[in-house]
Design a binder for this molecule. Sequence first.
Ligand SMILES: Nc1nc2c(ncn2[C@@H]2O[C@H](COP(=O)(O)OP(=O)(O)OP(=O)(O)O)[C@@H](O)[C@H]2O)c(=O)[nH]1
Ligand SMILES: [Mg+2]
Length: 417
Amino acid sequence: MKKGILVGIDNKDDIYDIDYSLNELGTLAMEIGIKPIDKITQKTSINKYTYVGSGKLEEILVEIKMNDADVVIFNDELSPLMYKNIEEYLGIEILDRSSVILEIFLNHAHTTEAKLEVKLANLKYLYPRLSSLRDGFDRQRAGDKGSGETQLELDRRKTLNEINRIECQLKEAHKMKDRVIQRRKKDGIKTVALVGYTNAGKSSTLNSIIEYTNKSSDKMVYAKNQLFATLDTAVRRIEYNQTSFLLTDTIGFVSKLPHHLVNSFKETLMEVAQADLIVHVIDASSKYAYMEFQTTMQVLQSLNVSDKKMLVLLNKIDLCENIPMVNGIDSIEFSATTKYNIDKLLKYITDYLNSDMISTTILIPYDDGKMLNFVRVNTKIISQISLNDGYQITLLCDKKLYSKISIYEPNDSKLEA
Ligand SMILES: Nc1nc2c(ncn2[C@@H]2O[C@H](COP(=O)(O)OP(=O)(O)OP(=O)(O)O)[C@@H](O)[C@H]2O)c(=O)[nH]1
Ligand SMILES: [Mg+2]
């Protein structure tokens, strides 16, 4: 493993506590094979030329020599100018928070859409930095400046072309996704999205629900003790208590996510924006549970989905000594591993989804198989009786579907008690 020094600014205006933030950076670094060996902080605001002040930079240089460090990681995104100045001064590999997160995402993206989204974010991050990167490359080769400049123009053109190409591909993929979401909405299909800090247990929660509701295990999703194990949304149909809904597993969040990444994944996170209910999964056993909760709320705000109905799921309760308090939002203590309170969770979800349902009794002629099928798939059937001229069905349906269903409401005289 490479040895890394973490450097952060302890700014009192920052909403994140510096210990939390550097601890998180250290965990992110480990994910790409860098072991944090030292943490250096400065109580000030970010210096726009060198991130930290010149005295601090000297201190970092001493630490590098003393610890034989391979890389220095800065806790915020460095501007191209900062990157160039620092790299010239320190003379070793420099990374910033964004580049570490991007590298993890590049390693973990599996589906075509996730791969394109990460690649796009990475290219947008690299584009303004091409000049510094090429300078470094030329310095190493002691090459002539002239060829370096034309090479830089070439790099820039290639990068821009690639950005345009990927944006076009993604536009098509997102259009398709949007059509699917709109169709679901039209058909009144309810959706619930699992969101939360990375490694909180979103995928495990989905898997435990799949298992509990007797779904086949091939519907399970990838869950691992790893940051950003999930990079693509997965949607599964769940049936419980005669209620059917779609449950979405989503990508996890961390603080200071690179803005290009958030933009790239915005469309993928459409599922969250369109959900009827958000289940915010928290690792209740984490020392930083509250900060992690805040981090997720921040990202949701940047996605304009902070006003949705939310349930907080205090997961990993099996590991908890102290259970975090949640005020003002409904919450359930839970364990995806032991399935503690899973029935309570499912009851909460289905009760909420059914709360804006209309109850009615309809009569569907025996030869109207299409409507019969529609009702079976999209409504909650309470009872069904076979009469002379069709099925009499008492059901609960979504308000949006009522106009389609009410056509089948017979005159009272035709109804069987
Ligand atoms: N003890 C315990 N471990 C849990 C529980 N829920 C999840 N885990 C573990 O936590 C780790 C992360 O779980 P995931 O379900 O992959 O977490 P995630 O939120 O989907 O993570 P990302 O996809 O990386 O954002 C795994 O090692 C799980 O086994 C729980 O209730 N109790
Ligand atoms: Mg996951």
